[in-house]
Design a protein around this ligand. Structure first.
Ligand code: GTR
Length: 418
Protein backbone atom coordinates (compact mmCIF):
# COMPACT_ATOMS: atom_id res chain seq x y z
CA UNK A 1 0.00 0.00 0.00
CA UNK A 2 2.73 2.41 1.06
CA UNK A 3 4.76 1.54 -2.03
CA UNK A 4 1.72 2.16 -4.17
CA UNK A 5 1.09 5.56 -2.60
CA UNK A 6 4.72 6.54 -3.06
CA UNK A 7 4.66 5.56 -6.68
CA UNK A 8 1.40 7.41 -7.35
CA UNK A 9 2.93 10.48 -5.70
CA UNK A 10 6.10 10.15 -7.72
CA UNK A 11 4.10 9.81 -10.89
CA UNK A 12 2.13 12.94 -10.03
CA UNK A 13 5.31 14.88 -9.30
CA UNK A 14 6.98 13.72 -12.47
CA UNK A 15 4.11 14.62 -14.69
CA UNK A 16 2.94 17.64 -12.72
CA UNK A 17 -0.57 16.18 -12.49
CA UNK A 18 -2.34 16.74 -9.21
CA UNK A 19 -4.09 13.72 -7.72
CA UNK A 20 -3.95 14.99 -4.15
CA UNK A 21 -7.18 16.44 -2.78
CA UNK A 22 -5.12 18.57 -0.36
CA UNK A 23 -3.39 20.26 -3.28
CA UNK A 24 -6.62 21.43 -4.89
CA UNK A 25 -6.40 25.22 -4.71
CA UNK A 26 -9.06 27.30 -3.03
CA UNK A 27 -11.35 28.42 -5.76
CA UNK A 28 -14.48 30.45 -6.21
CA UNK A 29 -16.83 29.44 -8.97
CA UNK A 30 -18.26 32.15 -11.20
CA UNK A 31 -21.85 32.90 -10.18
CA UNK A 32 -24.35 30.81 -12.08
CA UNK A 33 -27.33 32.96 -11.17
CA UNK A 34 -25.95 36.49 -11.43
CA UNK A 35 -26.03 38.12 -14.84
CA UNK A 36 -23.13 39.96 -16.44
CA UNK A 37 -24.50 43.28 -15.26
CA UNK A 38 -24.92 42.01 -11.70
CA UNK A 39 -28.61 41.18 -11.68
CA UNK A 40 -29.71 38.22 -9.61
CA UNK A 41 -31.51 35.61 -11.68
CA UNK A 42 -34.48 34.60 -9.59
CA UNK A 43 -36.72 32.64 -11.91
CA UNK A 44 -36.78 30.41 -14.98
CA UNK A 45 -38.02 33.23 -17.18
CA UNK A 46 -35.01 35.43 -16.37
CA UNK A 47 -32.71 32.45 -16.72
CA UNK A 48 -34.01 31.78 -20.21
CA UNK A 49 -34.09 35.39 -21.29
CA UNK A 50 -30.88 36.72 -19.78
CA UNK A 51 -28.48 34.28 -18.19
CA UNK A 52 -28.80 31.22 -20.42
CA UNK A 53 -27.98 33.15 -23.63
CA UNK A 54 -25.08 34.92 -21.88
CA UNK A 55 -23.54 31.64 -20.80
CA UNK A 56 -24.11 29.96 -24.13
CA UNK A 57 -22.27 32.81 -25.78
CA UNK A 58 -19.34 32.60 -23.36
CA UNK A 59 -18.94 28.87 -24.00
CA UNK A 60 -19.10 29.57 -27.73
CA UNK A 61 -16.56 32.36 -27.68
CA UNK A 62 -14.10 31.14 -25.08
CA UNK A 63 -14.34 27.35 -24.99
CA UNK A 64 -15.74 25.26 -27.83
CA UNK A 65 -16.04 27.85 -30.59
CA UNK A 66 -19.18 28.98 -32.34
CA UNK A 67 -20.59 27.15 -35.31
CA UNK A 68 -20.13 29.83 -37.96
CA UNK A 69 -22.49 28.64 -40.70
CA UNK A 70 -25.84 27.00 -41.18
CA UNK A 71 -25.34 23.77 -43.05
CA UNK A 72 -28.43 21.78 -43.86
CA UNK A 73 -28.71 18.14 -44.89
CA UNK A 74 -28.62 18.21 -48.68
CA UNK A 75 -29.49 14.57 -49.36
CA UNK A 76 -30.61 11.57 -47.36
CA UNK A 77 -29.55 8.28 -48.90
CA UNK A 78 -31.31 5.33 -47.31
CA UNK A 79 -28.95 2.39 -47.72
CA UNK A 80 -31.18 0.16 -45.68
CA UNK A 81 -34.65 1.07 -44.43
CA UNK A 82 -35.53 -1.89 -42.24
CA UNK A 83 -32.91 -4.65 -42.25
CA UNK A 84 -33.64 -7.59 -39.99
CA UNK A 85 -31.35 -7.57 -36.96
CA UNK A 86 -30.73 -9.58 -33.78
CA UNK A 87 -32.69 -12.65 -34.82
CA UNK A 88 -35.63 -10.67 -36.04
CA UNK A 89 -36.16 -8.78 -32.77
CA UNK A 90 -35.05 -5.45 -34.21
CA UNK A 91 -34.68 -3.47 -37.38
CA UNK A 92 -31.50 -1.86 -38.62
CA UNK A 93 -31.65 1.36 -40.59
CA UNK A 94 -28.58 2.82 -42.33
CA UNK A 95 -28.86 6.33 -43.57
CA UNK A 96 -26.24 8.54 -45.20
CA UNK A 97 -26.68 12.25 -44.52
CA UNK A 98 -24.99 14.22 -47.28
CA UNK A 99 -23.83 17.83 -46.89
CA UNK A 100 -22.67 19.91 -49.85
CA UNK A 101 -21.21 23.32 -50.43
CA UNK A 102 -19.56 24.45 -53.68
CA UNK A 103 -17.21 21.58 -54.50
CA UNK A 104 -17.25 20.17 -50.96
CA UNK A 105 -19.24 17.10 -49.93
CA UNK A 106 -19.38 15.26 -46.64
CA UNK A 107 -21.28 12.11 -45.66
CA UNK A 108 -22.31 11.26 -42.11
CA UNK A 109 -23.50 7.68 -41.83
CA UNK A 110 -26.20 7.16 -39.26
CA UNK A 111 -26.81 3.63 -37.98
CA UNK A 112 -30.13 3.15 -36.20
CA UNK A 113 -31.53 0.09 -34.43
CA UNK A 114 -35.15 0.07 -33.35
CA UNK A 115 -37.14 -2.59 -31.54
CA UNK A 116 -39.21 -4.50 -34.10
CA UNK A 117 -42.89 -3.59 -34.49
CA UNK A 118 -42.79 -0.57 -32.28
CA UNK A 119 -43.40 2.94 -33.33
CA UNK A 120 -42.70 6.23 -31.68
CA UNK A 121 -39.83 4.88 -29.62
CA UNK A 122 -37.43 6.97 -27.53
CA UNK A 123 -33.90 6.81 -28.93
CA UNK A 124 -30.40 7.17 -27.51
CA UNK A 125 -28.10 8.97 -29.94
CA UNK A 126 -24.34 9.29 -29.60
CA UNK A 127 -21.13 9.30 -31.58
CA UNK A 128 -18.70 6.37 -31.72
CA UNK A 129 -14.90 6.40 -31.79
CA UNK A 130 -13.86 4.11 -34.66
CA UNK A 131 -16.74 3.46 -37.03
CA UNK A 132 -20.34 2.24 -36.85
CA UNK A 133 -19.26 -1.32 -37.61
CA UNK A 134 -17.32 -1.43 -34.31
CA UNK A 135 -20.45 -1.17 -32.14
CA UNK A 136 -21.77 -4.66 -32.93
CA UNK A 137 -20.77 -7.95 -34.54
CA UNK A 138 -23.73 -7.51 -36.86
CA UNK A 139 -22.19 -8.38 -40.28
CA UNK A 140 -24.50 -6.03 -42.14
CA UNK A 141 -23.28 -2.75 -40.71
CA UNK A 142 -21.53 -0.82 -43.46
CA UNK A 143 -17.80 -0.24 -42.90
CA UNK A 144 -16.68 3.32 -42.24
CA UNK A 145 -14.80 4.79 -45.16
CA UNK A 146 -13.65 8.08 -43.67
CA UNK A 147 -10.31 8.66 -41.92
CA UNK A 148 -9.75 6.52 -38.80
CA UNK A 149 -6.66 6.67 -36.61
CA UNK A 150 -4.31 3.77 -37.41
CA UNK A 151 -4.54 0.83 -35.04
CA UNK A 152 -2.81 -2.17 -36.61
CA UNK A 153 -3.99 -4.49 -33.82
CA UNK A 154 -7.54 -3.83 -35.03
CA UNK A 155 -6.57 -4.03 -38.68
CA UNK A 156 -6.90 -0.27 -39.11
CA UNK A 157 -4.05 0.71 -41.42
CA UNK A 158 -3.52 3.62 -43.80
CA UNK A 159 -6.35 5.23 -41.83
CA UNK A 160 -8.91 2.84 -43.28
CA UNK A 161 -10.85 0.20 -41.38
CA UNK A 162 -11.13 -3.45 -42.38
CA UNK A 163 -13.44 -6.30 -41.33
CA UNK A 164 -11.06 -7.01 -38.44
CA UNK A 165 -12.44 -4.13 -36.40
CA UNK A 166 -16.07 -5.23 -36.70
CA UNK A 167 -17.65 -5.44 -33.26
CA UNK A 168 -14.52 -4.42 -31.32
CA UNK A 169 -16.46 -1.86 -29.26
CA UNK A 170 -19.52 -4.07 -28.71
CA UNK A 171 -18.81 -4.26 -24.95
CA UNK A 172 -19.57 -0.57 -24.79
CA UNK A 173 -22.78 -0.90 -26.79
CA UNK A 174 -25.19 -3.40 -25.17
CA UNK A 175 -27.59 -2.87 -28.05
CA UNK A 176 -29.83 -5.85 -27.43
CA UNK A 177 -30.43 -4.82 -23.80
CA UNK A 178 -31.22 -1.28 -24.92
CA UNK A 179 -33.71 -2.55 -27.51
CA UNK A 180 -35.29 -4.97 -25.04
CA UNK A 181 -35.87 -2.04 -22.70
CA UNK A 182 -37.93 -0.41 -25.45
CA UNK A 183 -35.38 2.13 -26.67
CA UNK A 184 -33.81 2.64 -30.06
CA UNK A 185 -30.18 3.52 -30.49
CA UNK A 186 -28.52 5.62 -33.17
CA UNK A 187 -24.88 6.40 -33.82
CA UNK A 188 -22.50 8.15 -36.22
CA UNK A 189 -18.74 7.68 -36.39
CA UNK A 190 -17.29 10.95 -35.02
CA UNK A 191 -14.68 11.03 -37.80
CA UNK A 192 -17.41 11.22 -40.43
CA UNK A 193 -18.11 14.68 -39.00
CA UNK A 194 -14.55 15.63 -38.17
CA UNK A 195 -11.54 13.29 -37.96
CA UNK A 196 -9.98 13.53 -34.51
CA UNK A 197 -6.68 15.09 -35.53
CA UNK A 198 -5.13 18.50 -35.42
CA UNK A 199 -5.97 19.31 -39.00
CA UNK A 200 -8.73 21.64 -39.99
CA UNK A 201 -8.54 20.69 -43.66
CA UNK A 202 -10.99 17.80 -43.47
CA UNK A 203 -14.38 17.04 -41.94
CA UNK A 204 -16.97 19.78 -41.78
CA UNK A 205 -14.68 22.73 -40.96
CA UNK A 206 -13.83 23.74 -44.56
CA UNK A 207 -17.55 24.28 -45.19
CA UNK A 208 -17.28 27.45 -43.11
CA UNK A 209 -14.14 28.94 -44.65
CA UNK A 210 -14.05 32.16 -46.59
CA UNK A 211 -11.76 32.29 -49.60
CA UNK A 212 -8.16 31.96 -48.38
CA UNK A 213 -9.13 30.76 -44.90
CA UNK A 214 -7.49 27.53 -43.72
CA UNK A 215 -8.57 27.16 -40.13
CA UNK A 216 -11.40 28.38 -37.93
CA UNK A 217 -11.16 31.85 -36.39
CA UNK A 218 -10.07 32.17 -32.74
CA UNK A 219 -13.66 32.00 -31.53
CA UNK A 220 -14.89 29.47 -34.09
CA UNK A 221 -15.59 25.77 -33.87
CA UNK A 222 -13.04 23.27 -32.73
CA UNK A 223 -13.63 19.56 -33.16
CA UNK A 224 -15.97 19.22 -30.15
CA UNK A 225 -18.25 21.90 -31.61
CA UNK A 226 -18.11 20.13 -34.96
CA UNK A 227 -19.10 16.85 -33.31
CA UNK A 228 -21.91 18.60 -31.42
CA UNK A 229 -23.08 20.04 -34.74
CA UNK A 230 -23.10 16.47 -36.14
CA UNK A 231 -25.33 15.37 -33.28
CA UNK A 232 -27.77 18.17 -34.06
CA UNK A 233 -27.85 16.95 -37.67
CA UNK A 234 -28.60 13.42 -36.46
CA UNK A 235 -31.45 15.04 -34.54
CA UNK A 236 -32.62 16.77 -37.73
CA UNK A 237 -32.88 13.38 -39.38
CA UNK A 238 -34.43 11.61 -36.37
CA UNK A 239 -37.16 14.20 -36.19
CA UNK A 240 -38.24 13.16 -39.69
CA UNK A 241 -38.23 9.44 -38.89
CA UNK A 242 -41.80 8.30 -38.24
CA UNK A 243 -40.69 5.39 -36.05
CA UNK A 244 -38.83 7.67 -33.64
CA UNK A 245 -40.39 9.77 -30.90
CA UNK A 246 -38.46 12.95 -31.55
CA UNK A 247 -39.64 14.39 -28.23
CA UNK A 248 -37.67 11.65 -26.44
CA UNK A 249 -34.23 11.66 -28.02
CA UNK A 250 -31.44 11.23 -25.45
CA UNK A 251 -28.00 12.47 -26.44
CA UNK A 252 -25.13 10.61 -24.80
CA UNK A 253 -21.39 10.23 -25.09
CA UNK A 254 -18.34 8.77 -23.43
CA UNK A 255 -15.25 10.79 -22.63
CA UNK A 256 -14.35 13.25 -25.42
CA UNK A 257 -17.66 12.29 -27.01
CA UNK A 258 -19.35 12.99 -23.66
CA UNK A 259 -18.00 16.53 -23.85
CA UNK A 260 -19.57 16.76 -27.31
CA UNK A 261 -22.89 15.36 -26.03
CA UNK A 262 -23.08 17.99 -23.29
CA UNK A 263 -22.30 20.78 -25.70
CA UNK A 264 -24.87 19.45 -28.18
CA UNK A 265 -27.54 19.35 -25.46
CA UNK A 266 -26.65 22.91 -24.45
CA UNK A 267 -26.94 24.13 -28.04
CA UNK A 268 -29.97 22.16 -29.11
CA UNK A 269 -32.93 21.97 -26.79
CA UNK A 270 -34.65 19.37 -28.94
CA UNK A 271 -32.58 16.76 -27.08
CA UNK A 272 -34.89 15.66 -24.28
CA UNK A 273 -32.15 14.34 -22.01
CA UNK A 274 -28.38 14.21 -21.81
CA UNK A 275 -25.92 11.62 -20.52
CA UNK A 276 -22.31 12.50 -19.84
CA UNK A 277 -20.18 9.41 -19.25
CA UNK A 278 -16.71 10.03 -17.79
CA UNK A 279 -16.51 13.29 -19.73
CA UNK A 280 -13.98 14.89 -17.36
CA UNK A 281 -12.05 18.04 -18.17
CA UNK A 282 -14.07 20.48 -20.31
CA UNK A 283 -16.95 18.03 -19.97
CA UNK A 284 -18.68 17.70 -16.61
CA UNK A 285 -15.68 18.32 -14.30
CA UNK A 286 -15.04 21.70 -12.68
CA UNK A 287 -11.96 23.33 -14.25
CA UNK A 288 -11.02 25.36 -11.19
CA UNK A 289 -10.34 22.28 -9.08
CA UNK A 290 -7.17 21.49 -11.01
CA UNK A 291 -7.29 17.80 -10.24
CA UNK A 292 -6.27 15.32 -12.93
CA UNK A 293 -6.54 16.79 -16.42
CA UNK A 294 -6.49 20.60 -16.52
CA UNK A 295 -7.13 23.28 -19.11
CA UNK A 296 -3.34 23.50 -19.43
CA UNK A 297 -2.91 19.82 -20.24
CA UNK A 298 -5.96 19.43 -22.44
CA UNK A 299 -5.16 22.43 -24.63
CA UNK A 300 -1.63 21.10 -25.03
CA UNK A 301 -2.62 17.54 -25.94
CA UNK A 302 -5.81 18.26 -27.89
CA UNK A 303 -5.76 21.90 -29.02
CA UNK A 304 -8.03 21.12 -31.95
CA UNK A 305 -10.94 20.11 -29.70
CA UNK A 306 -11.56 23.74 -28.70
CA UNK A 307 -11.48 27.22 -30.12
CA UNK A 308 -8.15 29.00 -29.93
CA UNK A 309 -9.44 31.37 -27.26
CA UNK A 310 -9.34 28.59 -24.68
CA UNK A 311 -5.52 28.67 -24.75
CA UNK A 312 -5.68 31.96 -22.81
CA UNK A 313 -6.83 30.02 -19.77
CA UNK A 314 -4.17 27.30 -19.74
CA UNK A 315 -2.89 27.33 -16.12
CA UNK A 316 -5.10 30.38 -15.57
CA UNK A 317 -8.34 28.57 -14.88
CA UNK A 318 -9.36 31.22 -12.35
CA UNK A 319 -9.73 33.69 -15.23
CA UNK A 320 -12.24 31.59 -17.14
CA UNK A 321 -15.54 33.48 -17.29
CA UNK A 322 -17.35 30.13 -16.99
CA UNK A 323 -16.88 26.82 -15.26
CA UNK A 324 -18.35 23.48 -16.20
CA UNK A 325 -21.29 23.52 -13.77
CA UNK A 326 -22.61 26.22 -16.11
CA UNK A 327 -22.43 23.86 -19.06
CA UNK A 328 -24.44 21.30 -17.10
CA UNK A 329 -26.92 24.00 -16.13
CA UNK A 330 -27.50 24.75 -19.82
CA UNK A 331 -29.13 21.31 -20.06
CA UNK A 332 -31.82 22.30 -17.51
CA UNK A 333 -34.68 21.68 -17.12
CA UNK A 334 -34.11 18.54 -19.17
CA UNK A 335 -32.96 15.48 -17.24
CA UNK A 336 -29.20 15.08 -17.02
CA UNK A 337 -27.16 12.06 -15.95
CA UNK A 338 -23.46 12.32 -15.08
CA UNK A 339 -21.14 9.41 -14.38
CA UNK A 340 -17.65 8.95 -13.03
CA UNK A 341 -15.48 5.88 -12.41
CA UNK A 342 -13.40 5.19 -9.29
CA UNK A 343 -10.16 4.66 -11.22
CA UNK A 344 -10.74 7.50 -13.65
CA UNK A 345 -8.92 10.12 -11.58
CA UNK A 346 -7.75 11.88 -14.74
CA UNK A 347 -11.40 12.92 -15.25
CA UNK A 348 -11.73 14.13 -11.61
CA UNK A 349 -14.77 12.23 -10.32
CA UNK A 350 -15.27 14.63 -7.42
CA UNK A 351 -15.14 17.60 -9.79
CA UNK A 352 -17.80 15.94 -11.96
CA UNK A 353 -20.01 15.33 -8.92
CA UNK A 354 -19.63 18.85 -7.50
CA UNK A 355 -20.40 20.32 -10.88
CA UNK A 356 -23.63 18.30 -11.08
CA UNK A 357 -24.58 19.52 -7.58
CA UNK A 358 -23.97 23.16 -8.53
CA UNK A 359 -26.06 22.88 -11.71
CA UNK A 360 -29.00 21.97 -9.47
CA UNK A 361 -29.60 25.67 -8.75
CA UNK A 362 -31.05 26.08 -12.25
CA UNK A 363 -33.18 22.94 -11.99
CA UNK A 364 -34.59 24.45 -8.80
CA UNK A 365 -35.72 27.49 -10.75
CA UNK A 366 -37.92 25.05 -12.66
CA UNK A 367 -39.22 23.47 -9.46
CA UNK A 368 -37.28 20.21 -9.66
CA UNK A 369 -34.62 18.94 -7.38
CA UNK A 370 -31.44 18.42 -9.38
CA UNK A 371 -29.28 15.97 -7.45
CA UNK A 372 -31.04 14.85 -4.27
CA UNK A 373 -27.82 14.48 -2.20
CA UNK A 374 -24.98 16.70 -0.99
CA UNK A 375 -22.33 14.06 -0.40
CA UNK A 376 -20.75 11.98 -3.10
CA UNK A 377 -22.51 8.58 -3.09
CA UNK A 378 -20.57 5.34 -2.52
CA UNK A 379 -19.38 3.53 -5.64
CA UNK A 380 -22.13 1.77 -7.58
CA UNK A 381 -24.92 3.55 -5.70
CA UNK A 382 -26.76 5.74 -8.23
CA UNK A 383 -28.69 8.77 -7.03
CA UNK A 384 -31.24 10.66 -9.08
CA UNK A 385 -33.57 13.61 -9.06
CA UNK A 386 -33.88 15.48 -12.34
CA UNK A 387 -30.07 15.22 -12.29
CA UNK A 388 -28.65 11.74 -11.77
CA UNK A 389 -25.17 10.60 -10.86
CA UNK A 390 -23.17 7.49 -10.16
CA UNK A 391 -19.55 6.59 -9.69
CA UNK A 392 -18.88 3.10 -10.98
CA UNK A 393 -16.15 0.87 -9.62
CA UNK A 394 -13.51 0.55 -12.29
CA UNK A 395 -11.70 2.38 -15.01
CA UNK A 396 -12.43 5.00 -17.64
CA UNK A 397 -15.00 3.21 -19.77
CA UNK A 398 -18.69 2.88 -20.58
CA UNK A 399 -20.01 -0.49 -19.46
CA UNK A 400 -23.27 -2.40 -19.32
CA UNK A 401 -23.53 -1.31 -15.67
CA UNK A 402 -23.53 2.32 -16.85
CA UNK A 403 -26.11 1.53 -19.51
CA UNK A 404 -28.40 -0.15 -17.01
CA UNK A 405 -28.44 3.08 -14.98
CA UNK A 406 -29.08 5.21 -18.08
CA UNK A 407 -32.09 3.06 -18.95
CA UNK A 408 -33.43 3.16 -15.39
CA UNK A 409 -32.98 6.93 -15.31
CA UNK A 410 -34.69 7.39 -18.68
CA UNK A 411 -37.56 5.12 -17.59
CA UNK A 412 -37.98 7.23 -14.46
CA UNK A 413 -37.96 10.50 -16.34
CA UNK A 414 -40.13 9.48 -19.26
CA UNK A 415 -42.81 7.53 -17.41
CA UNK A 416 -44.85 9.84 -15.26
CA UNK A 417 -45.68 8.41 -11.84
CA UNK A 418 -49.12 6.81 -11.80
C1 GTR B 1 -8.01 11.55 -22.88
C2 GTR B 1 -8.34 12.99 -22.67
C3 GTR B 1 -9.64 13.09 -21.94
C4 GTR B 1 -10.71 12.18 -22.51
C5 GTR B 1 -10.17 10.90 -23.09
C6 GTR B 1 -11.06 10.14 -24.08
O1 GTR B 1 -6.79 11.31 -23.36
O2 GTR B 1 -7.31 13.58 -21.95
O3 GTR B 1 -10.07 14.44 -21.88
O4 GTR B 1 -11.51 12.83 -23.38
O5 GTR B 1 -8.99 11.07 -23.75
O6 GTR B 1 -11.74 10.72 -24.91
O7 GTR B 1 -11.01 8.90 -24.02
Amino acid sequence: MIILLISVNLMAQQTGVNYDEKEVPNYKLPELLVSKNGRKIKNAKRWEKIRRPELLKLFEQEVYGKIPVDIEIDDVIIHEAAGEAFNGTAIRRQVELVFRKDDLALSANLLIYLPKDSDNVPVFVGLNFNGNHTVSDDPDIRLADSWVRDNPSLGIVHNQVTEQSRGVASDRWPIEEILEAGYGIATIYCGDIDPDRDNFQDGIHPFSYQLGQFRPGYDEWGTISAWAWGLTKAMDYLSTDADVDSSRVIVFGHSRLGKAALWAAALDQRFAMCISNNSGCMGAALSRRQFGETVGSITKAFPHWFCENLNKYASREENLPVDQHMLLALVAPRPLYVTSATEDLWADPKGEFLSAIEAGAVYQLYGTEGLPVNEMPAPDSPVAGSVGYHIRTGKHDITSYDWKQFIDFANQQFTPEQ
